[in-house]
Ligand binder design. Sequence first.
Ligand code: GLA
Length: 717
Amino acid sequence: MKRLLIVLIVLFSSPVCLIAGNLPVVIETRNTCLVYNVDSKNKLVQVYLGQKVNNYSEYGKIPSKGEAYVSSGTTNLNEPAIRMIHNDGNPSLELLYSGHEVQQVDDNVSSTTIHLKDAVYPVEVTLHFLAYKEQDIIKSWTEIVHHEKKPVELSHFASSMLHFRATQYWLTHFHGDFAMEMLPEENRLTNGIKILDSKLGTRADMYQTPVFFLSLDKPSDETSGELIAGTLAWTGNFRFLFEVGKHDQLRIIAGMNPFASEYELQPNEVFTTPALIFTYSNNGKGTASRNFHQWARNYGILDGNESRMTLLNNWESTGFNFNEEKLTDIISDASDLGTDLFLLDDGWFGNKFPRVDDKAGLGDWQANQEKLPHGLGYLVNEAKKQGIEFGIWLEPEMVNPKSELYEKHPDWVLRLPNRDEHYFRNQLVLDLTNPKVQDFVYGVVDEVMTQNPGIAYIKWDCNRMMTNTYSSYLKDRQSHIYIYYVKGLYAVLDRVRAKYPHLPAMLCSGGGGRTDYGALKYFTEFWPSDNTDPVERIYIQWGYSYFFPAIAVCNHVTSWGNQPVKFKMDVAMMGKLGFDIDLGKLSDSDKTFCRDALKLYKEELSKVIWYGDQYRLVSPYEENRAALMYVDRNKQNAVVFSYTMHNRYNDEYNYLKLEGLDPNKVYKVEEVNMFPGTKSKCPENGKSYTGDFLMKSGIKASSYTPLTSRVFRLIAE
Ligand code: GLA
């Protein structure tokens, strides 16, 4: 009977046109479906997550896989999605289905909202789902509210819970550290609980990025296998919990990390979790990544379908050691090279405590008068004169104890009242839970922008995690600190974006310590790692490519590594190209090559790399070479990158079979980005082949010489 019940929406009505949903609840994208139903006890259960079935009515016949959002304190014996202690001390919650609505937001996006209520206590839990049809992505989050007389304590507050039934589960996650980010590890899940999490507070992804693949029945590869790929849009402590129980059932519980975060929820306060963003693929990781890339360009990063500025950054070449004259020369180099922007990095500020190294000055965001006697405005104008834009590095959430800011506001810092301060990179974290600190951090950005009109780009850094975590502002609500900090950060970023909606900005955190879609919606791009050795970068960029689109990944040509500049350039080109190198130290032919390569990238290749579909062809984790390609949406143009990191006596590199082309189109294959005076050694260079041939037979793309690379452009005739 319940299945046929049309739910009347009275309590939850909204001004937009909502449609009271029939049961089962069907949340679908182009290829995927997530289905919920209600059991005989009126509990919401997940019945299906997978490829869409043809006969819609059959969704109603699928048995339960498990309760949709499991609560704690009554009959549940496993990890709960939610746990609450009521103000009478009762620690139980039993959530029953009370209705749902669906709304078509636009041609591509539909929204489903499912309401759950406790029968005894006035507690409501709302499960939200946004389904992105074309991208096959589902975003799911939860709202929790109660109307008890006094606050309740929330100790578990998942964004989302998903259930699976498969014979085996293979989890791929991405571990790392400074300068070695995003290293994939794949393991079979055994019975019990596996947790991927962060407790770092800030720079939260330093050891673990909030992304995972879960392959069902067997490990999946690029083109085959059934899997879920997921990520949490949250710039703080996260937790993915995978619990394999009896009958090979798996539950995923994803959300903010409940670690040290018991939350006192006031009557009528709505507690909104961040979103789990996930996709399902039954043909491997490649499809899942492309789904994420497309979704991110359209919904996940700022201005994802717009252009990007190539840049020259001074960090690697000067460190803290520069002055106006040196920077003016670098600006002129940047212009001569052909980049769109010069980015001034760390070290430009601090007067009482000059920022001559990383020990002092952080927090005092006034131009250092010795290094920059005419201020930032002078450099902005120098850049303008040279026909390029000017960008600036900021790390506004942090402070050195040696700073005027610290002297003035020691209470603005996170630190324990009765223990020694603990420094990381000689600095402390400002207390963004405090609205006054939020005003200050917003003011740092706003002042630098208003006092130096013409600044066209910012790099927002965050170089430490939280330790000795305590806020004097929060007083007896210390367990709110991790959540309030991130909300404080978002409040600042909301203000920045309200005033500067399209200012291009790089998200950075000691390299890739902040790479999540909670923050990326405020940023146009991110810095994946301080490690810019191109061999290392092939692996790091490969790792990020599973979840983040090339247009958002900043790759710079630097002096790290002894490889030829051609190799460095080809590696940096597989994302958003930039430079961080002393051009004065390059030979004339290297300089000419860089100039030509940048022109080729800007005028031709970048469009395919930034907006096209990416196909990973040969993994550096499987061979001593790597290859990947990008194909534009109408399959007219493609760019193929091939790198040889190493070569062993027996290595035999097969023909590289391309992917994603139109089998019926004829493509001219041309090796491009050649170093001056060299000729292509690829037998297919300059010839034309059908997409069918190129995908079935392939091209001899890889060289056998270590530390060499090749770039091919394919144009449909
Ligand atoms: C971090 C960033 C670098 C650079 C330095 C400056 O390490 O990742 O790119 O900006 O800070 O201190």
